[in-house]
Design a binder for this molecule. Structure first.
Ligand code: HEM
Ligand code: HEM
Length: 275
């Protein structure tokens, strides 16, 4: 067993601790997102920014779109073979469950979920579906408009206008959904007092104290030692003291960073081979 990993008392122990004693126990930390989920997510964010902010730059747009499709397909496979939190079976919910969760969160008593919560899960399904669908539509449109891309001149030219419109609408709808996704992450941080964004960077989550013990079954629980000592105060500020403001600050920083990246990426557009 990893020396930092132990059957940590707080959640089990918290049940029996009271008042002052309970308040002085730190919230436990669990390991959720593996390296595949985390790197896939941030690559997706970078590529989406390049693809969306510079949608008229070719072949850059096509390369970014195809890379996104590759990541999404890989993520789907990972959803069956990956770690505990990454598996679809850890976040399979009906639309009714998502709505129930929304009402519970509004009322301030949403149950804790170590993987995606029911609303987050539906956002993930939708994003995956739309990215994949628009990637295919983009390839088809590239074929009708330029006779280029993996489909060459296979797609009937008569479909050109229809494909242009559908690819345009689905593309902007996906961007709108991404915006809702970012706002949702900040809202959930406020509703749950948990910073989802830092977890997507580090793979670790600090679990709110009132979380149900059963929600952590199958996850490794870690002590505070996984946080480097010089970062301890910052970590607590972002994860427990101000999770919503902390999330918002990181979201803004990421948007600024990927926008800057998209500006740099167009410098390479002319060097990319047209295919
Ligand atoms: C500033 C930008 C973004 C931030 C801060 C962000 C943050 C997050 C967070 C915190 C999660 C985990 C949510 C949870 O715990 O349930 C997540 C999941 C996800 N996000 Fe984002 N996101 C951003 C942009 C995007 C973009 C642009 C896309 C797609 C184009 C995207 C697609 C996804 C997907 C597919 C997942 C599921 C991850 C998985 O299970 O593999 N996100 N995001
Ligand atoms: C994977 C997700 C993708 C998304 C979200 C997406 C999104 C978009 C958006 C929003 C536009 C319209 C830009 C505008 O005029 O406002 C666009 C244009 C276009 N996309 Fe995509 N795209 C994707 C993938 C692809 C792929 C894989 C290809 C080709 C291989 C492609 C080919 C095109 C073409 C040819 C245009 C027209 C550009 C122009 O008229 O200047 N797209 N895309």
């Amino acid at each position: 067993m990893n020396p930092n990993e132990k059957k940590y008392a707080p959640l089990g122990g918290l049940d029996v601790l009271e008042g002052e004693e309970r308040r002085h126990q730190p919230e436990p930390i669990i390991r959720v997102w593996d390296i595949v989920v985390r790197s896939g997510h941030w690559l997706l964010v970078a590529l989406f920014a390049i693809l969306y902010f510079k949608s008229g730059k070719f072949p850059l747009h096509a390369y970014a779109g195809l890379a996104i499709m590759g990541i999404v397909v890989f993520r789907i496979v990972w959803g069956f073979v990956g770690g505990r939190a990454a598996r679809f079976s850890s976040f399979l919910y009906s639309p009714a469950a998502a709505f129930r969760y929304f009402l519970q969160a509004l009322g301030g008593h949403a149950p804790y979920h170590a993987s995606h919560n029911p609303m987050g899960a539906w956002m993930v399904y939708l994003l995956i579906l739309l990215l994949l669908a628009n990637g295919v539509l983009g390839m088809m449109y590239y074929s009708t408009s330029q006779q280029l891309g993996p489909l060459g001149d296979m797609v009937p030219v008569e479909w050109d206008e229809m494909l242009e419109n559908v690819h345009f609408v689905v593309g902007h709808a996906t961007a709108a959904l991404v915006l809702v996704h970012m706002l949702g992450v900040v809202w959930a941080a406020h509703a749950h007092r948990e910073n989802y964004v830092t977890a997507m960077f580090t793979g670790f989550k600090r679990v709110p104290r009132d979380a149900e013990r059963s929600a952590l079954d199958g996850y490794s629980i870690h002590s505070d030692e996984v946080v480097a000592r010089p970062l301890a105060a910052t970590e607590r500020w972002f994860n427990t003291r101000r999770p919503a403001i902390g999330s918002l600050l990181i979201v803004l920083a990421v948007v600024a960073a990927v926008f800057a990246l998209s500006q740099v990426a167009i410098l390479f557009n002319d060097d990319l081979p047209v295919f």
